[in-house]
Design a protein. Structure first.
Lengths: 443, 149
């Protein structure tokens, strides 16, 4: 939020730059303006508008079914997560409503959002169209016939961890849901199981035990006949301190154990499990792991010190690499270039570039701190500084060579979603009272 | 509650601690606003315009060289002593200066590239007032404002 202005009469204009919105509060009510279009945004859609990653699309169009599907939430009381959820379908051509169904359910939100009025909330709900089924994921999962709106089945599900008291804590996305072909794979942490549901009937095709209810399973990936489950990971963690009414949002490693388990997607049988492969891997994953991804026939992830590249079918390592040899601290994120030829390992003190095929070093750039990496246009930047809750400096980094292009430091903390730079990342603008400095990121 | 949270959020963004200096990016230019930008310090998404304003005046710098494109005091330019609120609709290329929150206060809309007044209004602020369509509709002036071309 870059600008706010309000007075005692309740008139309020706020430029919500994080969400590309301007919010206007007046005696007449609340209004949002989309800064890209200048149009008023439907208040009911603000939640997903503000939190796209969590809320996903709230409107889906299917040319095959000739229908447009909408997802709406009722308003709610302060600190309540109870909602009436409405899914509706309209004919694309005539705009006539074909069907509409409503049901009650719990919808988690950002902790900060819970103290706001319902229309200001950031609900963690998503809707997706899979073949001819509508899947709605909230604190539960419901499946509907996309043609008729008939409810086909529903199941229990908890997306997040929540604990109350004087220090309220919430960790988002601790249990994964994956729609694949005609099946829905779902982690039910209460039941300590991973389920495979038949999409049409909700029949529990198989359920396999996870290790225990403390296990975090944020990612499921299907590759051919294998279902990979990531145990533990780096997730969004939110804390509200009741006594001083302050919030802290950060990313942290959570999980009772860390590693990957492979299930036979057809039967649920465990094919391999890193927890029992220390002799094969010659190391343990340790007390943290990055997100898991699959490229080609290999699964990629980092533990607290090693990079693991494992064959999806057997779990046997194609290669492993000790990241701590590069003196960049522990890894916290792993990604792959668009062409698939480079791996990038974000570590506590810098960024490592590797050849995907064999783990050969391309660059190891020490930025002193690496609190997060982001791209604007073709330019990449690393948040440096002291703490991720107060981002005050960043450096530009060439992701081909690893060269540091320069840095920028601000007196005040910057918004992670809107660093002071042009949209293409070519220019950084610094303000100091009346003075302005324009920096050029690339020489 | 909502007001408290909004304020708290701002504080979270504004408060910080010192860190070790980095080698800065190469400087393209250094410049300064003609006014103290107490209310507004911002730039557009392409960094081709850099805007500064307080309640008494405003200034726009050119992003390519930092030179002032336009600058004025509100009293001299519009005959209005101060504008408490300013909002910039980058896509429309329009900056709205609002005298205060009073329904009938003066609202002046200016072209962001020239600083020239497009039109002004004393209309009550209602939903849709700031929408791009409304801003650019030629008949807006007939609804209570005076369009200046």
């Amino acid at each position: 939020m870059a600008h706010a202005a309000y007075d005692d009469d309740g008139f309020d204009v706020q430029s919500m730059t994080d969400y590309n919105l301007t919010m206007v509060t007046s005696k007449a009510g609340l209004q949002y303006i989309d800064l890209n279009s200048g149009h008023t945004v439907d208040v009911k859609k603000i939640g997903s508008f503000r939190n796209v990653a969590e809320a996903s699309d709230n409107v889906i169009e299917s040319k095959d079914l000739k229908m447009r599907y909408g997802l709406d939430l009722s308003t709610r009381g302060l600190f309540s997560i109870e909602r009436t959820i409405t899914v509706s379908a309209t004919d694309i051509t005539s705009n006539d409503q074909v069907w509409s169904v409503s049901f009650d359910g719990k919808v988690m939100e950002d902790l900060m959002s819970l103290g706001l009025i319902g229309s200001e909330a950031t609900p963690n709900i998503s809707m997706r169209l899979v073949n001819d089924k509508i899947i709605v994921q909230y604190e539960g999962v419901s499946c509907f016939d996309a043609r008729t709106g008939r409810k086909l089945w529903s199941t229990e599900y908890q997306s997040s961890d929540y604990s109350g008291g004087l220090k309220i804590e919430q960790t988002l996305h601790t249990a994964a849901v994956l729609a694949s072909e005609n099946s829905l794979y779902l982690v039910n942490r209460d039941a300590e199981k991973i389920h495979k549901f038949d999409m049409a009937t909700g029949t529990d095709s198989w359920n396999a035990p996870i290790i225990n209810s403390d296990d975090i399973v944020p990612t499921l990936i299907r590759k051919d006949n294998v279902l990979l489950a990531q145990f533990g990971g780096r997730l969004a963690h939110q804390t509200y301190f009741v006594q001083d009414q302050s919030y802290k949002y950060n990313q942290t490693f959570v999980g009772d154990s860390y590693g990957v388990r492979a299930y036979n997607a057809a039967t649920g049988a465990v094919m391999w499990d890193t927890e029992t492969m220390e002799d094969v891997l010659k190391s343990s994953v340790g007390d943290r792991m990055t997100d898991l991804f699959v490229h080609g026939q290999n699964a990629y992830f980092c533990g607290d010190k090693m990079l693991y590249v494992l064959d999806v079918q057997t779990g046997k390592p194609k290669y492993t690499l000790d990241i701590t040899n590069f003196e960049l601290g522990k890894p916290w994120a792993l990604s792959i270039s668009a062409d698939g030829n480079r791996l990038f390992v974000d570590c506590d003190k810098g960024v490592l570039g590797l050849v995907t095929s064999d783990g050969g070093k391309v660059f190891a750039t020490n930025t002193k701190k690496n609190l997060g990496r982001f791209a604007n246009g073709a330019n990449s930047f690393v948040w440096t500084g002291e703490e991720d809750v107060e981002l005050k400096s960043f450096v530009g980094i060439d992701m081909i060579s690893g060269t540091i292009k320069g840095g920028y430091e601000s007196d005040g903390a910057m918004s992670a979603s809107e660093p002071p730079m042009s949209k293409n990342g070519d220019y950084v603008v610094g303000f100091d009272d009346k003075n302005v400095v324009m920096y050029k990121v690339n020489k | 509650m909502f007001r408290q949270l909004s304020t708290m959020w701002l504080l979270l963004v504004l408060v910080g601690t010192s860190v070790a200096a980095q080698v800065p990016f190469p400087t393209l230019w250094k410049s300064s606003f003609d006014v103290s930008p107490d209310k507004q310090k911002r730039f557009n998404s392409t960094a081709t315009l850099v805007f500064g304003a307080n309640e008494d005046g405003a200034c726009m710098l050119r992003g390519s060289d930092g030179k002032s494109i336009w600058s004025y005091s509100f009293k001299d330019k519009f005959g209005v002593g101060s504008f408490e609120y300013q909002t910039w609709n980058e896509r429309a290329g329009v900056i709205l200066f609002m005298e205060d929150a009073d329904d009938a206060s003066t609202k002046v809309y200016v072209d962001d590239r020239t600083g020239a007044e497009l039109w002004r209004s004393n209309r009550i602020v209602r939903f849709g007032e700031y929408s791009l369509d409304n801003m650019l509709r030629s008949n807006v002036g007939t609804e209570g404002g005076t369009r200046c071309l």
